[in-house]
Design a protein around this ligand. Structure first.
Ligand code: GLN
Ligand code: ZN
Length: 763
């Protein structure tokens, strides 16, 4: 029978157990022994679950207390000096790198985190400098391999490969080139392989996801050189080179010529991999790990298509095919079994990690059967897939609207400059207008209120009057400190996507479908099941109420279509473009409703617009920005010239997409700039950025209160580069994770600074 494999399994626990123990350990409520013991039990459970599904290649070392990239850094001894200085033990040094350390041994910041390719996972970025000595440090992967052996399972250990490790680490070396670093790094990997060989491993999986990104010729050479050398010392160990998240077009020929025993390709996101195999062939003596079960989305596998692909692959290659997941299952939740509140007619469409194991097994059985069309599992799969169109979730009208879209629907009139004049006259704002990004601290009191309401402990009217009271307080507070544009505080919102998803038709919510975002943080993305449609107003009541309390403008606060899409599990029976336009129509209706109710400024957050930018630059526009930017434009194209449209983005690295951001045609954009070195400001200047801008003047991600002078300096730096008549003053993101006290002080300092600069200017 065909063999089956899993690239990696989720590690946080079906009920986020690991999160709870780890956080408990941070708070000193859980002892180190307990943490280690519980984690070992969890690993064992995950191995046994996979064994139950007859997985032939079960991974080890896919477990992590925080992040596997950080594990790899520690294993290779890439530990910056400042953490050694703390003199902590191994585990605590590791956690200090992950989340910083503040205590009796010192005060050291954490390593930065970055998004893991185009997923919602974030990895810790190791720092390599001239003092780094690569050598084996610790025994984590070996211990876990032995642990699994004791449980009766010979695993395939998983490692981040040297090429990806070097490419994604921060290189702070003044004196060592990447090639030199690679040379120094290889012996450490050789030792790892030797150890596994001695321990009796058969196959080691080396992950090189960077191979699916655009590679320069010299990077291809580096990759080749690394593996020519490393593979010389593999002994009798077999090596699987695993790629995922796309195709390997820049390096395919080199990859198949190297001495790997097996190569893993992603055929879900890397459909071009099939063309590459067709074009250049695939060596018969290597084993092909075919990523066919989607590790990034939650829909059941399409057996008919997958089986056809398996048979094509067999025909083209003549090689042994192992049926694999497309990437680690880390990016999907554990099991649909917990989601009993979802009607089974919908639930049957979902396959989370555990269900995907079963799919692998069924696919292997089917692939072996000559006549699988008669197989009960096959028939069931086909039946479910054809029944997808459920009347509750189909909205012909909205499909019709998307189909009828034409160029003019994306154009707001009059032009930006014309609108600007009209808005200036209508809003009469001072120079350097001050505002916030939307949310105010979600205190324990607010969270309790929402919980009580959700659990049915308080009724709707009690809940809404309590929320109204909070709104009234925060409006008064903002008036008192003297902000120019107010917000209602977002107390009624748990999450900026979930809140809208719950009110829109087309979404399904889960109870326990958590996915790790970073470290101990998990998110629970909603599922876009059907056509998205606004059935009723979602925010008008609260915003109208907030506006009734003050003569200053209150911003209507909405989440944009691209962000709602990017932070959900999207349906796959409709192009992402169409889903984005459906959501855009819903948000557009809300915008127009707010406007009709007297709201003069509306902010449409696109916090996650950049997140799903394709990994290859050549696809940025054709595959993504060509509909993502229009989706945003559609939302506000119908408003009056005097209505001011704001947007907010949670990052400041606009780099090559700065033109596209301007092309969203918002009137004002606020973004994160306080943490970066303000280099963006120069970029905005160089590109003649048109939209008015509010670069965040202080960092809300830390409880630290910035002084008025500090903020004044930042404002003045920004003023040197940007047209002051287009400049706004605001924090760099929403304030919901902060406490009220520090928020009050920080905002007062921000206002002091803005007033001081204004005064100086008017002299
Ligand atoms: N308006 C949202 C808030 O202030 C924006 C959040 C975000 O950018 N992630 O909370
Ligand atoms: Zn933000």
């Amino acid at each position: 029978m065909k063999q089956i494999s899993v690239v990696g399994y989720p590690r946080i626990g079906a009920n986020r157990e690991l999160k709870k123990w780890t956080e408990g350990y941070f708070l000193k409520n859980v002892s180190k022994e307990d943490l280690l013991k519980q984690s070992a039990d969890l690993r064992k459970l995950h191995w046994l679950t996979q064994k139950d599904s007859s997985i032939d290649y079960i991974s080890s070392n896919d477990f992590s207390y925080y992040d596997t990239f950080l594990d790899m850094a520690v294993l290779l001894n890439v530990i910056p000096q400042r953490y050694h200085g703390l003199e902590l033990d191994g585990l605590d040094t590791y956690f200090a790198m992950a989340k910083g350390y503040q205590g009796e041994k010192g005060d050291v910041r954490a390593l930065p985190m970055k998004k893991w390719f185009n997923t919602n996972y974030h990895y810790v970025v190791p720092e390599i400098d001239d003092t780094t000595v690569f050598k084996l440090n610790g025994t984590k992967p070996f211990d876990e391999f032995n642990e699994a052996l004791e449980a009766g399972i010979k695993t395939k250990p998983v490692l981040i490969g040297p090429f990806t490790f070097l490419k994604l680490s921060e290189n702070k070396c003044a004196n060592r080139s990447v090639a030199e670093l690679a040379k120094a790094l290889i012996p450490a990997y050789e030792q790892i392989l030797e150890r596994f060989d001695t321990l009796g491993a058969d196959l080691v999986q080396i992950d090189e996801p960077c191979l699916v990104t655009d590679l320069a010729p010299e990077e291809v050479v580096l990759f080749e050189n690394i593996y020519k050398k490393l593979l010389q010392s593999k002994g009798k160990l077999k090596i699987l080179l695993q790629t995922y998240f796309g195709d390997v077009r820049d390096v395919y020929k080199h990859l198949v010529a190297l001495d790997f025993d097996a190569i893993g390709f992603d055929f879900v996101e890397g459909s071009k991999n099939l063309d590459l195999i067709g074009q250049y062939g695939f060596p018969k003596d290597k084993c092909l790990f075919a990523g066919l079960v989607n590790g990034k989305n939650i829909w059941i596998n399409h057996y008919r298509k997958t089986l056809a692909l398996i048979s094509d692959l067999e025909k083209y290659t003549g090689a042994q095919i192992v049926i694999n997941t497309s990437c680690s299952l880390l990016h999907v939740p554990y099991t649909t079994e917990n989601e009993t509140q979802i009607d089974s007619k919908y639930r049957v469409h979902f396959a989370f990690a555990q269900e995907k194991l079963k799919e692998l097994k069924e696919l292997a059985q089917l692939a072996d059967e000559g006549n699988y069309q008669q197989n009960a599992n096959y028939i069931k799969n086909c039946d479910i897939l054809t029944q997808k169109a459920d009347v509750d979730f189909e909205h012909r009208d909205i499909r019709g609207k998307v189909a009828a879209l034409n160029e003019n629907d994306f154009i707001r009139k009059p032009s930006f400059e014309e609108r600007r004049k009209i808005q200036k006259a209508a809003l009469k704002l001072p120079l350097l207008p001050t505002t916030t990004i939307g949310s105010f601290p979600q205190t324990a009191e607010v969270r309790k209120l929402r919980r009580q309401y959700k659990n049915g402990e308080i009724d709707t009217s009690t809940y809404s009057s309590a929320i109204k009271k909070k709104i009234a307080e925060i409006i008064r507070f903002q008036e008192d400190i003297g902000l120019d544009i107010l917000v209602h505080g977002e107390f009624e919102r748990n999450d900026m996507v979930e809140y809208f998803g719950e009110k829109l038709a087309g979404f399904i919510f889960t109870k326990n479908a958590w996915v790790q975002s970073y470290g101990t943080r998990c998110v629970k993305p909603p599922i876009i099941f059907g056509d998205v449609k606004r059935e009723k107003a979602m925010t008008v009541d609260v915003i109208k109420y907030a506006q009734s309390l003050t003569s200053k403008p209150v911003k209507g606060m909405l989440t944009g279509p691209v962000t709602i899409l990017n932070w959900s599990f999207p349906r796959e029976d409709l192009p992402r473009r169409d889903i984005a336009f459906q959501i855009a129509f819903a948000i557009k209706a809300e915008v127009e409703d707010l406007e009709a109710n007297g709201i003069k400024i509306i902010q449409i957050d696109e916090a996650a617009l950049r997140e799903k930018l394709p990994l290859r630059k050549s696809e940025w526009h054709g595959e993504y920005l060509n509909w993502a930017i229009p989706a945003f434009r559609l939302v506000h194209s119908g408003v009056k010239p005097e209505t001011q449209i704001h947007t907010h983005m949670c990052y400041s690295e606009f780099g090559d997409i700065i033109r596209d951001i301007d092309d969203m045609d918002a009137d004002v954009i606020t973004f994160e700039a306080a943490k970066s070195d303000l280099s963006l400001i120069g970029l905005l200047n160089d590109n003649h950025f048109m939209t008015e801008v509010g670069p965040g003047v202080y960092d809300i991600h830390s409880p630290r209160v910035p002084s008025a002078t500090e903020i004044e300096t930042i404002i003045k730096k920004i003023m040197q580069k940007l047209d002051i008549s287009k400049l706004w003053v605001n924090p760099d993101c929403g304030l919901k994770t902060r406490g009220m006290e520090e928020t009050g002080q920080s905002l007062e300092n921000m206002l002091k600074a803005a007033r001081k600069v204004r005064n100086e200017l008017s002299k």
